[in-house]
Write a protein that binds this ligand. Structure first.
Ligand code: UDX
Ligand code: UDX
Length: 463
């Protein structure tokens, strides 16, 4: 079976870049990305490539090449569903904020809405591909909704989780470690799996394309993120021990990571992991384990989240205790708001929680992030509901550069490892701060010895 038209529902961080790369690599396939958010689609269609709703290095070039040729962004969801032979579902699956499984389970309402929409519109057979990360056995629910159409339309459900990391999405899509495709292991299912394998095989070697049953594929995505997050929490737990014992966590991390059985990646201690996936996926895993009565399994993975929360809170407490146990009315500059460099995504960013804790102490926060706009920063804080919106706008100022943000500050907190912070004129920043001038590096970004020579009192995690 050869696919000539693809539709993707959800033009977000995953759907947008993934479809752009498929369109670039498969010029013979018409790829239409649809979204219910009209503004997002307008932005994807913007002539100004700096206005794309997702910032990813290299994305603009890919979009420029394919858009209008075989890549289209549209709000006409029904038309795109109707004409496609293959439909990717790439809508968001946030943690539930209500009802059963509140604060743990994934909220599948958007997935269900998509399934219902497909069921309503489809007149011909479709392959439906789960791109969103989902709890195990979601495909079953999608299948059951789709099979009720009574129109004689056949649906095959595939799971094809995305492993791209933000900030390196295009590279990850072009050179993936592996592509995972789960499907039903019967004749029709295998035909559908092969149709998707053939799309990826346009640029990924076949030995990197794994095919499994649906449940293994769905679960593998959660487990991959849980393992990655666990490594960060493990090294972060050691960072606290290092601070107490005089060991240097970077040295420990290097020594441990050089063991080829352990490996060196994801062993950087930090102010805490963020992003839309790690926390959500682990909570999801915990919820699934609990729902099967596997309490020890659930407790084991929950600890990864608890350690991460502790790391964020400990960083804020360190600022407070160092500034003589009071930050009320003091200006604290936060450099970086995104959850990591090279992205404008702030979901679950450690910066939000550290700022929140300092704001509880009535600090004045001055933020600068190269890619995050001020309305996003206020929205992130307002969403926590810890204070009134008026209070947040009074206590938090957003600046256009590091120098403004740090002027007259008592302390600086490095929250995101943006390269440009390394290139700042730190002498100039120091000269314009109140003394003693403190710097708290949550990312091992700056040279501590250099900062000390200038006169800063500096703190890095795990040293
Ligand atoms: C993705 C995955 O889908 C999620 O499961 C994974 O864990 C994280 O990454 P992401 O692309 O980051 O989500 O989400 P987001 O950037 O919020 O994009 C989702 C898009 O879907 C939004 O633009 C939203 O408007 C759209 N949407 C949502 C629809 O078009 N229809 C809906 O019914 C719901
Ligand atoms: C992650 C997975 O890597 C990706 O495969 C999946 O598809 C989505 O979730 P992402 O959240 O975009 O990707 O970024 P990632 O690079 O994994 O970083 C997550 C968080 O962990 C960031 O806040 C990062 O700063 C932090 N981190 C990462 C550390 O603190 N230390 C490390 O050593 C590595």
């Amino acid at each position: 079976m050869k696919i000539s038209k693809i539709c993707c529902i959800g033009a977000g961080y995953v759907g947008g870049p993934t479809m752009a790369v498929i369109a670039q690599k498969c010029p013979e396939i018409k790829v239409t990305v649809v979204d219910i958010n009209e503004q997002r689609i307008t932005d994807w269609n913007s002539d100004n490539l700096n206005k794309l709703p997702v910032f990813e290095p290299g994305l603009d070039k890919v979009v420029e090449e394919a858009r209008g040729r075989n890549l289209f962004f549209s709000i006409n969801v029904d038309k795109a569903i109707e004409e496609a032979e293959m439909i990717f579902i790439s809508v968001n699956t946030p943690t539930k904020t209500y009802g059963k499984g509140k604060d743990m389970a994934a909220d599948l309402k958007y997935i269900e809405l998509c399934a219902r929409q497909i069921a309503k519109v489809a007149k011909t057979d479709k392959i439906v591909v789960e791109k969103s990360t989902l709890p195990v056995r979601t495909a079953q629910a999608i299948k059951s909704i789709l099979s009720q159409t009574g129109k004689g339309v056949n649906f095959q459900i595939l799971s094809n989780p995305e492993f791209l990391a933000e900030g390196t999405a295009i590279q990850d899509l072009l050179n993936p470690d592996r592509i995972l495709i789960g499907g039903e292991l019967n004749e029709k299912g295998i035909e559908a799996i092969n149709a998707l394998v053939n799309i990826y095989a346009s640029w990924v070697s076949k030995d990197k394309i794994l095919t499994t049953n649906v449940w293994s594929s769905e679960l593998s995505k959660l487990v991959a993120n849980a393992f990655l997050a666990q490594r960060v929490s493990s090294i972060n737990s050691i960072s606290e021990l290092c601070e107490s014992t005089g060991a240097d966590v970077r040295e420990v991390s290097r020594a441990v990571g050089m063991d080829s059985r352990i490996g060196s990646k994801f062993l950087n201690a930090s102010v805490g992991f963020g992003g839309s996936c790690f926390q959500k996926d682990i909570l999801n895993l915990v919820y699934i384990a609990k729902s099967y009565g596997l309490n020890e399994v659930a407790d084991y993975w929950e600890q990864v989240i608890l350690m991460n929360n502790h790391q964020k809170s400990r960083f804020a407490s360190k600022i407070l205790s160092t500034l003589y146990n009071t930050v009320s009315g003091k200006k604290i500059a936060m450099l970086g708001w995104a959850f990591k460099k090279d992205t404008n995504d702030t979901r679950e960013s450690a910066a939000i929680y550290v700022a929140d804790q300092l704001l509880e102490e009535k600090a004045n926060i001055a933020v600068y992030d190269p890619k995050v706009e001020s309305n996003r920063i206020y929205a992130d804080l307002n969403y926590l509901n810890s204070r009134s919106e008026d209070e947040n706008s009074l206590l938090v100022q957003v600046h256009n550069n590091s120098y403004e943000a740090c002027k007259d500050a008592h302390a600086i907190a490095i929250m995101t490892e943006w390269d440009e912070f390394k290139d700042c004129d730190w002498q100039r920043i120091y000269d314009n701060m109140l003394k003693p001038a403190f710097i708290f590096d949550g990312r091992f970004l700056l040279d501590r010895e250099e900062l000390k020579k200038i006169g800063f009192k500096s703190f890095s995690i795990g040293i």
